[in-house]
Design a protein around this ligand. Structure first.
Ligand SMILES: Nc1nc2c(c(=O)[nH]1)N[C@H]1C(S)=C(S)[C@@H](COP(=O)(O)O)O[C@H]1N2
Ligand SMILES: [Mo]
Length: 352
């Protein structure tokens, strides 16, 4: 997501002035596009396996160089449960564009807990020490009874399905991938929220010994997101535990992450460890850092430009092709009713 992270080396030694994020540390989207293109070019040359040391990628790091994973598909945890895989495809969510190459979906990522440069997308070599299982989910706040569930047990109990969804990052890249998982509504129901609960908040893992990016102390770790209850229980909202018919690679959010295809990617927390049901709208990670740039709702909307770039088009991962961005990422049929105030066109008075 956003390109606000300055290079950590100089930053680690100085005190940050208030408002630092808004100033010279901002990197333009163009710089990120350029970086991504060089990455994709590198991949198409077949150099991905060598990217740990010699590929000439801009952001090689010590952590990356010592990675034992040989490629982006080599990071699926050995002990990830595989019961129910591959899961049957749910046909209710057809897509009209090509499925993204698997190596790209797992080789070009945003997962700030692991990276230490804002435009670094090669996350997989940094996940060596991350050992997600066993994993528990804490259920807290406005529920009948607070409790903690074991994720392996949860996976044994739910029915897995596959959904092919369009995915849109706020940075204007997009992909189309088959997720394995189950509806978020099923998880919410297990939590037995009280009628008073209006929001559900997700708090992500905080494992500094396994996640090198957590050393970047200018972020309000742990990563945290939140949804309104009517959003969380919409049938599109999905808990993904797998990708391309196998358990999630670590960099894609093992052991579980949210996928909300009508929202920008950052609204879907990876590797969350706690759900908390609240009456008030909880603060969220990127909104706290840049309230002007990342709203609470963050629905995909070509009529609301990001303050620093247009959202009218998006680039499909793996090609230089630009396609028109669709309102709610094309999922209006399911979610438009939830957002009466969302600008429907560029001339809508609500459009900014
Ligand atoms: N915990 C956590 N979840 C996260 C992020 C993150 O940095 N940390 N990045 C978000 C962003 S900006 C995007 S675009 C998606 C990327 O998912 P992918 O790498 O599997 O494509 O994850 C989202 N979830
Ligand atoms: Mo993103």
């Amino acid at each position: 997501m956003p390109f606000i992270t300055p290079s950590p080396e100089p930053m680690a030694h100085i005190i940050l002035p208030p408002g630092w994020q808004e100033r010279e540390q901002d990197v333009t989207p163009h710089a990120v596009y350029a970086n991504r293109r060089s990455f994709i070019k590198t991949m198409s040359l077949g150099a991905i396996g060598a990217a740990t040391g010699t590929s000439g990628l801009a952001c090689a790091q010590d952590d990356a160089r010592s990675s034992t994973a040989e490629g982006p598909l080599d990071t699926i945890p050995d002990d990830a449960p595989r019961e129910g895989y591959p899961a049957p495809r749910n046909p209710d969510y057809p897509v009209d564009r090509t499925i993204t190459e698997r190596e790209l979906a797992s080789g070009y990522n945003n997962f700030y807990e692991f990276k230490n440069q804002g435009d670094l997308k090669e996350v997989w070599p940094l996940t060596d020490k991350y050992d997600p299982f066993p994993w528990t989910l804490e259920v807290r706040g406005l529920v009948e009874d607070e409790f903690t569930m074991d994720v392996a047990q949860l996976l044994h109990e739910v029915e897995l399905e596959e959904r092919l969804y369009r995915f849109r990052c706020v940075e204007a890249w997009a992909m189309t991938v088959p997720w394995t998982g189950f509806p978020l509504r099923a998880l919410v129901e297990r939590c037995k929220p009280l009628a008073r609960a209006k929001y559900v908040r997700f708090v992500c893992a905080d494992r500094p010994n396994e996640m090198p990016g957590l050393r970047s102390d200018w972020y309000p770790w742990p990563y945290h997101e939140a949804l309104r209850m009517d959003e969380a229980t919409n049938e599109l909202a999905f808990v993904a535990t797998g990708l391309y018919g196998e358990p999630l690679p670590k960099q894609n959010g093992s052991p579980l992450r949210l996928v909300l295809p009508w929202k920008y990617g950052y609204k879907g927390p990876k590797a969350f460890v706690r759900l908390e049901f609240t009456e008030q709208q909880p603060p969220t990670f990127w909104n706290e850092l840049h309230p002007q740039e990342y709203g609470f709702l963050s629905n995909v909307n070509p009529n609301i430009p990001h303050p620093r770039w247009s959202q009218a088009q998006e680039e499909l991962l793996g090609s230089d092709e630009k396609v028109e961005t669709r309102l709610f990422n094309g999922y209006g049929e399911w979610v438009a009713d939830l957002y009466p105030d969302e600008p429907r066109s560029r001339t809508d008075p609500m459009a900014r």
